[in-house]
Design a protein around this ligand. Structure first.
Ligand code: M6R
Length: 615
């Protein structure tokens, strides 16, 4: 939610900041803006709409060259996505510029006070008050970092702020509370950004700022303090992927690239977690085996696609460990007073590691004495940092707003956690664990095979471009897969799509079936529980009898579905529990193609942002 970049160094600040914003545009694309410091003056440009509008504006009205700059791409919270509401925001004298991610909850009160003191505020944003407050504090202290600390102490809510002042031309100051901000350390230059992708082309050396910290960037180094002014520590880390990983690499969209990367992402997530004998070794899970043995309940919290991964994890955890597992939308979790204690293992799943709903849920769980294990794709992000343990997925940077490879790797991580729990609790024998691990090790190849057979799925998607509704059905682990297929279609193709448990259809939703309605059905393996398979074959017949156009995703060799499938999508045989890893892939391709043919922005669907840092 909102991308922020700051730079100080010998390069053109505008070039560095604009390149960084391009990398961060996935975080928000309602408007964009930049400011540079040149010859003791601030110069700014901002435009509603995508970054390309700002690029046009800069081509028509170039900014002067400067070596200190900040920039922003916005996902609107307060105020419509207009030029006036775009960041940076300046004070009345035009001496201070600020960009912001998050929500300042007491902005109305602060705004009233500023207006009483004669300030003129021209936007509808909560951010603008910060520019004015910084100007006031700077006039008293002549120190931007100190001004930032004083202002932050008065702010309520979640925020990342990055600012510069015309009277301190070689300084950029950043602050964070509950919202991401990382520092990049270069040779004679320094960077600030919401995500390392913004500066990975310049340096892989980074610092993760802690909560309530202020950082002052100068060419010769950075200084970190708490909001109280005391020196503070920020953890140094090296980014383990390079700039090429954050490029499209010849694909038409990041989403297509990320779909294609799934076999490798699955493989990488297993890497180093299986020893030479095929046993599971999750060294990073820093919750002791004795503590894990004490757990009597698992609760999974997550949002969106990560929530669907959690729904699938429930089947694996309960099957492998026999511990009850609840899965809850993180945004609902803490409001219902959930029953949590030291015997509850909470698993927080998040690609970005910054989703505010998930962060708040895990904080609530820890306050109740529960241990939290994060499954996360982003090193240095807040959720793993605030958890008791973390299992990183190694999907690499996921840029497209619609989650694909992160989902598959979340599933892999969930299966590993489930097996690990089974291993330490003794509910699974070593050879049983090794057998599942062997199956998991085959999945990358199976996904690769699926990807090689997707042309008919793309053709089918194109033929449905003018439809308004698609339904998705599944049973058992196929039910969350159906939910995920529907979510992908909604967010990418802007079509009405719903996922149902196939058995639930007869309790109401079957009334939606009408002549020609496309219904995608995820069929469990016939080699698994035959009851499950037989039931869904009956469900397909029921909807087909009522006119549905059935799109059946079924295992190779499953002949029972053939008479009832208007379109048949084959997937390689996998054990029932692991089937989501292959069954989801055609649904991703289907949604991506439908979005493309409908002319939608595949990587940046309307109204969305990749990282949702507001509640
Ligand atoms: O970064 P997270 O995994 O915490 O994000 C959670 C959801 O916002 C995310 O999965 C969202 O639903 C995706 N856009 C779906 O494709």
């Amino acid at each position: 939610m909102c991308g922020i970049v700051g730079y100080v160094g010998p390069q053109s600040a505008l070039d560095v900041v604009m390149a960084g914003l391009k990398r961060l545009e996935y975080r928000g694309y309602d408007s964009a803006g930049v400011a540079v410091l040149a010859d003791g003056q601030l110069a700014a440009a901002k435009k509603a709409g995508k970054l390309v509008n700002l690029e046009k504006e800069l081509a028509e009205r170039p900014l002067p060259a400067g070596w200190t700059g900040i920039g922003h791409t916005r996902w609107a919270t307060h105020g419509a996505p207009t030029d006036a509401n775009a960041h940076p925001h300046l004070d009345n004298a035009g001496r201070v510029a600020v960009v912001h991610n998050g929500i300042i909850e007491n902005f109305a009160e602060l705004r009233g006070e500023l207006m009483e003191r004669g300030h003129e505020l021209t936007s509808e944003t909560d951010t603008e008050v910060v520019a004015h407050l910084l100007a006031e504090e700077f006039s008293a202290t002549a120190d931007l970092a100190e001004a930032m600390r004083l202002v932050c102490r008065r702010l309520k809510g979640a925020f990342t702020l990055v600012a510069m002042h015309a009277d301190e031309p070689d300084v950029v100051v950043g602050a964070r509370r509950n919202s991401p901000l990382v520092v990049g350390i270069g040779d004679g230059e320094a960077f600030l950004a919401s995500d390392v992708a913004a500066f990975i082309a310049h340096t892989r050396s980074a610092l993760e700022l802690g909560q309530d910290q202020v950082v002052e960037l100068r060419r010769d180094g950075v200084t970190v303090t708490g909001f109280d002014g005391r020196p503070a520590e920020a953890r140094a880390f090296t980014v383990d992927w390079d700039a090429a990983a954050a490029e499209k690499g010849g694909y038409a969209s990041f989403m297509l690239k990320e779909i294609a990367e799934q076999p490798k992402a699955v493989f990488d997530t297993l890497l180093g977690r299986i020893d030479a004998e095929g046993n599971l070794t999750l060294d990073e899970v820093r919750i002791s085996a004795s503590e894990l043995r004490e757990m009597d309940k698992v609760v999974i919290v997550a949002c969106g696609t990560a929530f669907h991964a959690g729904l699938i994890a429930k089947y694996a955890i309960e099957h492998f460990t026999r511990i009850p597992c609840e899965v809850e939308l993180a945004s609902e979790f803490r409001y219902r007073d959930p029953i949590l204690d030291a015997q509850t293992l909470v698993i927080a799943i998040s690609q970005s590691g910054e989703t505010m709903d998930t962060l708040m849920a895990l904080r609530h769980a820890r306050e109740q004495g529960s241990k939290v294990l994060a499954i996360c794709n982003t090193n240095g992000s807040t959720i793993p940092r605030e958890s008791d343990a973390v299992l990183y997925t190694h999907a690499g940077p996921e840029v497209a707003v619609a989650s694909t490879k992160a989902f598959l790797t979340q599933l892999v991580a969930c299966y590993l956690v489930a097996l690990y729990l089974g291993q330490v609790r003794g509910t699974k024998w070593g050879d049983e664990v090794r057998a599942v691990v062997r199956d998991l090790a085959q999945i990358g190849d199976a996904v690769e095979r699926v990807l090689g057979t997707m042309e008919p799925v793309r053709q089918l998607a194109r033929s449905l471009a003018d439809r308004n509704t698609v339904l998705f059905l599944g049973r058992h682990v196929g039910y969350p897969v159906a939910l995920e297929g529907a979510l992908k279609l909604k967010e990418l193709a802007y079509m009405h799509a719903e996922g149902f448990a196939a058995g639930e259809l007869k309790h109401g939703p079957i009334a939606l079936i009408e002549e020609g309605l496309p219904v995608v059905v995820v069929v469990p393996s016939p080699r698994g529980r035959s009851l499950l398979h037989d039931k869904i074959v009956s469900n397909i017949q029921e909807i087909r009898a009522r006119g549905a156009r059935t799109i059946v995703i079924a295992e190779e060799g499953d002949e029972a579905v053939v008479p009832y499938a208007d379109h048949l999508v084959r997937i390689p045989p996998t054990p029932t529990l692991l089937q989501p890893l292959v069954a989801t892939v055609p649904l991703q391709v289907f949604a991506c193609e439908l979005a493309t043919v409908r002319g939608n922005a595949v990587d940046q669907p309307r109204n969305l942002a990749k990282s949702v840092t507001v509640e």
